[in-house]
Design a protein around this ligand. Structure first.
Ligand code: PLP
Length: 379
């Protein structure tokens, strides 16, 4: 129940990857047969990922994951356009891969406007429009948030940005495979993907870059990936990403319907079974697999650890910030008081979960919250 952190690689993904660890181990830059086989796999992978987005194969750059894709998009545009302007717009609830990249650029002399969100976690496109200045070069707003699952109005933001000649990047790491992410619909110029959130392998991702856009490379070397990301390509990983994308494309509607059913049942059973608990994020503009609840008077961390003893994996806030005592920057941005943020739990469902598992988690959750409240001075 922690698919927002990572997912089990699909058996079909593993089968697709295995030959490229064994006999098909060639370097895609070699001109002999071994190399050509690897190159063919690379080309096919470009095509598969491009197809999901409705993009061209030459518009996909393979990277080491969502974090690198975000870095490449933001720094790549910032460095390229530094003579046009040095202003970037992002939302306050971006993933650290975006936020920390923006903060790094601020230290290097760029200016970043962080757009607030409303209490459901939504960015107001009017706020984005008002923040655009003559030296704005890029807007980076995530498609769906990793903690609360809120889905942003990206197409409207893209329309506003393009009217002012500003490029748009979106981090679609959490939305790929769960909701539609075609470029035609979103209208973005750059889009980040990661394989391990969609039943693919870890350490591989992709960045879509509109073919009309040049991008300053961050990794210099042999000129791989159209000169935008050097380094011998991770063919098994790339083949795994492409397979995971292909599967998620085939299953998109079915999975979304299934997950929405599990999600809504879980939310209603939790709210019916436990008093003083609240859903964080938007009730409907929300990823089909995201349940983010807060339980008054108890610590989310204690709930998480007690669920773990029952064989249930969930997270508090996001996996990236668990272990830190800082209240989640996302929940803070929703104006939720810190004492309530500590009672937060994120459950992110996956296609392997069943309704029986949902019932099992809810039953245990009811008991655990009861027990914790019995010893909580706040309760
Ligand atoms: C929204 C979002 N962006 C970026 C990342 C980073 O992706 P990766 O783990 O592939 O570096 C994550 C991972 O948690 C994420 O949820």
């Amino acid at each position: 129940m922690d698919h927002g952190a990572t997912t089990r690689p699909d058996p079909e993904v593993i089968s697709a990857m295995l030959p490229y660890f064994n006999d098909l181990f060639g370097n895609a830059s070699s001109l002999h047969t071994f190399g050509r086989e690897a190159k063919d796999a690379l080309n096919r992978s470009h095509e598969k990922v491009a197809r999901l987005l409705g993009a061209g194969p030459e518009e996909i750059i393979f990277t080491s994951g969502g974090t690198e894709s975000d870095n490449l998009a933001i720094k790549g545009i910032a460095y390229l356009k530094k003579n046009k302007g040095k202003h970037i717009i992002a939302s306050v609830i971006e993933h650290p891969a975006v936020l920390n990249t923006c903060m790094y650029l601020e230290e290097a002399g760029y200016r970043v406007t962080y757009i607030p969100v409303d209490e459901m976690g939504l960015v107001n496109p009017g706020d984005v429009e008002a923040a655009i200045t003559d030296d704005t070069i890029l807007i980076s707003i995530m498609h769906a948030n990793n903690e609360i699952g809120t889905i942003q109005p990206i197409s409207e933001i893209s329309r506003i940005a393009h009217e002012r000649d500003v490029l748009v990047h979106t981090d679609a790491v959490q939305s790929i495979g769960k909701i539609s992410t075609t470029i035609a619909e979103l209208g973005v110029d750059l889009l980040s993907i990661s394989a391990h959130k969609i039943h693919g392998p870890k350490g591989v991702g992709a960045l879509y870059v509109n073919k009309g856009i040049k991008l300053e490379s961050l990794v210099h070397g042999g000129g791989h990936e159209m000169g935008k990301r050097s380094g011998t390509e991770n063919i098994p990983g790339i083949v795994g990403l492409a397979k995971a994308i292909e599967l998620s494309e085939q299953r998109l509607d079915k999975d979304a319907r299934y997950l929405t059913g599990l999600r809504d049942t879980m939310i209603s059973k939790i709210t019916n079974g436990i008093s003083n608990c609240y859903l964080s994020g938007h009730p409907t503009k929300r990823l089909p697999n995201n349940v983010n609840m807060r339980f008054s008077f108890v610590e989310g961390e204690s709930i998480m650890l007690m669920l773990d003893t029952k064989g249930v994996a969930v997270s508090t806030g996001s996996a990236c910030s668990s272990g830190s005592l800082e209240p989640s920057h996302v929940l803070t941005a929703l104006n939720i008081p810190p004492v309530e943020i500590h009672g937060n739990l994120r459950i992110t469902l996956g296609r392997e979960n069943t309704m029986e598992e949902v019932d099992y988690v809810v039953e245990n959750l009811v008991e655990i919250v009861d027990k914790l409240r019995a010893i909580s001075p706040l309760a």
